[in-house]
Design a protein around this ligand. Structure first.
Ligand code: OOB
Length: 550
């Protein structure tokens, strides 16, 4: 295992095996841009409202931006914080970064100062890329505050109509004002290597410190290629992105990048609300989309008598959180298409139920790994001892697109990865005789709110910094609509009081993203503890269960 600048790489013998088997092809992701343009030039690649970009326009815009970014000093090996909502510019910026070998850190538009500042400092970013405003929030102002806290001058590139100084107007960098072929060759000469980091994904996280995953061009390209293949994407695929594209799932599994890889068309919407989404399905003849269970449930209900023609839909991919078999069985008939379940993670491993799988697999399992080189080991939780075949245990995994450690996090890696390089998913699974994964629960301490992962540790640390709180424990509270919500149990300092509203205001003032703010507060005289002195979360979870009165 080599460690270079905090990057944990695969052992040499395995890297050799992955190359020989052509999992890793040594091709940076930016390399595909012109291959696509040469093959499918006049075909529409990206749709965002009225804006329709052909493959050729996409390549030209990405090259234009790449060259301008390089004029601002950005080059291979640098990192930038990328926070854009689902819009055509997000696709252009991502591809421009790939082209230059500048690795974007994929943030969500919902993130605020708490998340942006910590991640920017941890990764060491050279620039920030943000919208001017989004959903009534001033992202420019946010970016300037974050940039001011970073060492060295950090340019802020702004996409939108209202760029203010000192921001750089991103759209002004998207001009096709030069010899396209010469620029293409200039940029080809700057291309990164397959082993370089292509992008950083945020981990669902269970700790207070930020955890990011560095994905290489080699590993991510293989992930995208296998996913597009397993989901049978092609030139006739029209993919609708309604989940935030900063997430691995709608970005690359197969998502937007898998669609472009296959010569299809990616349609971007800023939210998964059924009304606009169904209208887009009808207008664009959408064939494929990906949903988290919370959204799938809403769509199942909303599809009845929606007044839209959804007949173009062929497949819906559902993953990111537990999806009950009955709900999976109801979704397909409601939308008139096939359901493929997906169990994946930003850390790597992705499993899919196959196209055309019978109901007992499609509805009752979360699929099988994308690659024959994926290794799965089910162990007694917290150990490396395998459980008996077919019984429940913690899933460990290794493989050609599962990096061997978090970026710059040796202490965390000692916990999350075994010495033999297995990633401890923290998920409880069972493997069927046919090799399909059934997700049964988890041991990691997070709250999975509509597919968004909230680290219990992160919220507890922040809450304990408040003057009222002596001790805090964040627990997942089951919820029919979003799966889980965050309930914070607290013990207060003597003489102090706290309401949910004041807690929410205090955490928001500290720059915490809204989706992570606790939705219930329970004040106890004292938190129950385990024998080792940690809050007893099992006991706390029991307190949230509905009481059966005799
Ligand atoms: C996806 O990625 P992340 O990184 O946001 O979250 C990963 C975690 C998993 O470890 C597991 O706890 C949970 O999300 N999860 C599921 C699941 N899919 C993910 N839990 C139950 N059933 C499922 N089908 O969530 C992600 C990344 C790529 C593709 C799809 C999902």
């Amino acid at each position: 295992m080599t460690i270079d600048d905090g990057l944990v790489t695969w052992p040499e013998d395995l890297a050799y095996a992955y190359r020989t088997a052509e999992c890793w092809r040594g091709r940076p992701l930016g390399d595909f841009l012109w291959e696509w343009a040469d093959r499918w030039g006049e075909q529409v690649a990206v749709v965002d409202g009225d804006r329709r970009l052909t493959y050729r326009e996409l390549a030209e815009l990405a090259d234009s931006l790449a060259e301008h970014l390089s004029e601002y000093g950005l080059r291979r090996g640098h990192r930038v914080l990328l926070q854009l909502p689902n819009c055509w510019e997000l696709v252009v910026v991502t591809l421009a970064c790939f082209r230059l070998g500048v690795a974007p850190v994929m943030m969500l538009p919902q993130h605020r100062e708490h998340e942006l500042s910590a991640i920017a400092a941890h990764v060491g970013v050279r620039a920030l890329i943000v919208p001017d405003r989004w959903r009534d929030y001033d992202h420019q102002a946010l970016a300037y505050r974050v940039a001011a806290g970073l060492p060295g001058p950090t340019p802020v590139f702004v996409f939108g109509d209202g760029t203010r100084a000192p921001g750089v107007d991103g759209r002004a960098l998207l001009r096709a004002d030069c010899d396209v072929e010469a620029r293409r060759r200039r940029l080809d000469a700057l291309a990164p290597a397959g082993d370089d980091v292509a992008l950083f994904l945020l981990s669902g996280g269970t700790t207070a410190v930020p955890k990011v995953i560095a994905r290489t061009h080699n590993d991510y390209e293989y992930n995208i290629r296998r996913c597009a293949d397993v989901c049978r994407l092609g030139r006739d695929t029209v993919y609708l992105a309604v989940l935030p594209v900063g997430h691995n799932f709608p970005l690359a599994n197969p998502g937007v990048l898998g669609t472009l890889y296959s010569g299809g068309r990616a349609v971007l919407l800023p939210s998964p609300r059924p009304g606009p989404a169904f209208a887009a399905v009808e207008a664009e003849r959408v064939t494929t989309t990906s949903l988290v269970p919370a959204v799938a449930i809403t769509w199942t209900v909303a599809a009845t008598d929606c007044g839209r023609d959804l007949s173009s839909l062929r497949q819906v991919h559902v993953g990111g959180a537990m999806f009950a078999p009955e709900l999976a069985a109801a979704l397909g008939p409601a939308l008139g298409c096939e359901v493929q379940q997906v169990y994946g993670m930003a850390e790597g491993l992705v499993c899919y139920t196959p196209v055309g799988a019978p109901p007992e697999i499609a509805y009752r399992t979360q699929g099988r790994p994308l690659s024959p080189f994926d290794e799965l080991l089910v162990v007694e939780p917290g150990t490396e001892r395998p459980v008996a075949a077919g019984t429940i245990g913690e899933l460990l995994t290794r493989g050609p697109y599962t990096p061997r450690g978090y970026y710059r996090a040796p202490e965390q890696n000692a916990v999350s990865y075994t010495a033999a390089g297995w990633y401890r998913t923290g998920d409880l699974v069972r493997l069927t005789d046919g090799g399909d994964v059934v997700v049964c629960g988890r041991i990691k301490e997070l709250i999975n709110r509509a597919g968004e992962k909230i680290s219990a540790g992160e919220i507890e640390t922040l809450a304990q910094e408040l003057p009222e709180i002596a001790e805090a424990a964040a627990v997942a509270m089951p919820d029919p609509a979003v799966g889980e919500r965050l309930c914070l149990f607290v013990q207060l300092h003597p003489g102090r009081g706290l309401t949910l509203r004041r807690l929410a205001a205090a955490l928001t003032a500290r720059g915490l993203a809204a989706f992570k703010v606790p939705e219930r507060l329970v004040v106890l005289d004292e938190l129950p503890h385990t024998p080792v002195g940690k809050p007893d979360k099992k006991a706390l979870r029991l307190m949230l269960m509905p009481r059966v009165d005799r």
